[in-house]
Design a protein. Structure first.
Length: 31
């Protein structure tokens, strides 16, 4: 169970950081 939870947390973290990078790129491009 712990390993599955860790994998889920890692996937969410990767998703969140990737989304933040995309937003930053869009903001930089917009300005």
């Amino acid at each position: 169970v712990g390993q599955r939870l860790l994998a889920l947390a890692a996937a969410l973290w990767r998703n969140w950081t990737t989304g933040a990078d995309v937003k930053r790129s869009l903001t930089a491009y917009d300005h």
